[in-house]
Design a protein around this ligand. Structure first.
Ligand code: C5P
Length: 236
């Protein structure tokens, strides 16, 4: 599905900042080295839908990462509004269950059949002990596969998962869905607070279709150069 995309389609730059002004600066500095940007809880909570409308209006693709998780009617209604904003991708928690996922994907399709609804499998901050405290039996990979099955059978066109889980996901479900992977650091860079990181090339080799990269690009002295370097590593 993603094989023929421009390589830039695989890179999502995370706008983890507090103001539209800071987001604008990053987008301007990245220039045409990337065109998909993640708007998450922080920026959305601070600036609301206006920042999304502005970015969409300027021709950028937006990955709205608000990880919806509520009753089906509420999530379906929120997804409809997100679709009306013109976002290209958005997230829902697979743990919300099949009915919630179905409400989300049906609402998305009605407004924009191309909108990619992604199911969040297991947050990358959780380990097996954490899952145990939540009452989840079995390993982390089992839970990721269980959540992915739920997402994909209820209309999601992809999942969010760590690079570590990509091989198992591809083995189980094939190649016709997106895997969006955070926790990526360019080869030879620092790690910020990411405990387990992979390089762009490693993420792709593992089976990711998209990588989410934040601070290595947004805090670089030359964000465009950093984005291009990452694209080079994707190609390699
Ligand atoms: O670390 P970086 O700045 O590249 O993070 C980019 C995005 O990846 C963040 O917005 C966050 O949602 C996600 N992330 C994650 N798991 C981590 C670290 C970051 O899902 N361990």
């Amino acid at each position: 599905m993603v094989e023929n995309f421009d390589r830039r389609q695989r890179l999502i730059v995370a706008l983890d900042v507090a103001t539209a002004e800071a987001a604008r600066k990053i987008v301007a500095a990245v220039g045409d080295s990337a065109f998909t940007y993640k708007v998450g809880m922080q920026l959305y909570t601070a600036e609301g839908p206006a920042v999304v409308r502005e970015l969409v209006g300027s021709g950028r693709q937006i990955f709205l990462d608000l990880k919806y998780h509520d009753i089906p009617n509420t999530v379906g209604s929120a997804v409809r509004e997100a679709a009306e904003l013109g976002v290209s991708m958005l997230t829902v928690h697979a743990a919300g269950g099949g009915k919630m996922l179905r409400a989300a994907t049906e609402a998305a399709t009605k407004v924009n059949p191309k909108l990619v609804v992604l199911g969040v499998t297991v947050l990358t901050s959780l380990d097996e002990d954490d899952l145990g405290t939540l009452g989840v039996r079995g390993g982390l990979t089992d839970q990721v596969l269980r959540m992915a099955a739920l997402a994909l059978t209820n209309g999601c066109r992809g999942v969010v998962a760590s690079a570590r889980e990509c091989p198992a996901l591809r083995a189980e479900f094939g190649s016709e869905f997106a895997i969006v992977t955070p926790g990526v650091r360019p080869a030879g860079s620092g790690h910020d607070d990411q405990a387990r990181v992979v390089t762009p090339a490693e993420a792709m080799a593992a089976g990711a279709s998209h990588i989410v990269v934040g601070r290595p690009i947004t805090e670089a002295s030359d964000p465009a150069a950093e984005a291009r370097a990452i694209l080079g590593q994707i190609a390699a």
